[in-house]
Design a protein around this ligand. Structure first.
Ligand code: AP5
Ligand code: MG
Ligand code: ZN
Length: 213
């Protein structure tokens, strides 16, 4: 099964993608997590991506597409995957489509996690992330067992550099300008399904599972 998660920054794409990946035994592929891991390790790619990410801008398509196509070509992706944060532009979606078509494959579902802008900023300021394993928490909704420490791997939790309120505003604008048109793109392909992302995360997940089953 090949699934795309769509939605504004902070809509809960990553939270839901992790649960989907676990339930269906497919990898969770997040371009944002790949970039953050590269930044943490000080790679050339990381340094380049950081210039854009810190301003809330998209990393250029050329860079992003290559990374994603390399990732989904790996052995663990052969039975499907859940994409989180990719595609984010129409050109990215077209490249993915073409690459899949060449393999005789296609996207099965694009799940749009719908959350209004007003809710987003509140969520982001409470989010804490583990840059080692990609786990995310929320200081009120999903606190870690020990404050500031990742439950999975014991590494310190941080507020992401791009979760400052000014940057979140930019990310929302970029989302509406460049990513939201994908809703129409996948509607036209008959694979778009929308869930209410303001509900409790367990209820959001139930809604997604009833679509996938
Ligand atoms: P990326 O890492 O993809 O960030 P994003 O899309 O802005 O999304 P987030 O990860 O911030 O939010 P999310 O929807 O995953 O929400 P989460 O589950 O954490 O990208 C970062 C940057 O990398 C981009 O800005 C860009 O520069 C670059 N980039 C990445 N991919 C790219 C691409 N394809 N092309 C170009 N550039 C790219 O949830 C948010 C918070 O809410 C958490 O604290 C969570 O615990 C909480 N929460 C989740 N669900 C609920 C709920 N139902 N109720 C209450 N709280 C909830
Ligand atoms: Mg995420
Ligand atoms: Zn961790």
């Amino acid at each position: 099964m090949k699934i795309i998660m769509l939605g504004a920054p902070g809509a809960g794409k990553g939270t839901q993608a992790k649960m989907i990946a676990e339930k269906y035994g497919i990898p969770h592929v997040s371009t944002g997590d790949i970039f953050r891991a590269n930044i943490k390790n000080g790679t050339e790619l990381g340094m380049e991506a950081k210039k854009y990410m810190d301003q809330g801008l998209l990393v250029p398509d050329e860079l992003t597409v290559k990374i994603l196509l390399d990732r989904v070509a790996q052995e663990d992706c052969k039975n499907g995957y859940v994409l989180d944060g990719f595609p984010r532009t129409i050109p990215q979606a077209q490249v993915l489509d073409k690459a899949l078509a060449e393999l005789g494959e296609k996207i099965d579902y694009a799940i749009n996690v719908d959350v209004p802008d007003e809710n987003i900023i509140k969520r982001m300021s409470g989010r804490r992330a583990c840059l080692s394993c990609g786990a995310t928490y929320h200081i009120e909704h999903i606190p870690p067992r020990q404050e500031g420490v990742c439950d999975n791997c014991g590494q310190p939790l941080v507020l992401r550099d791009d979760d400052k309120p000014e940057t979140v505003q930019n990310r929302l604008k970029v989302y509406h300008d460049q990513t939201q048109p994908l809703i129409e793109f996948y509607t036209a392909k008959g694979v778009l399904r929308t869930v209410d992302g303001t509900a409790d995360m367990k209820d959001v997940f139930e809604a997604i599972v009833s679509i996938l089953n």
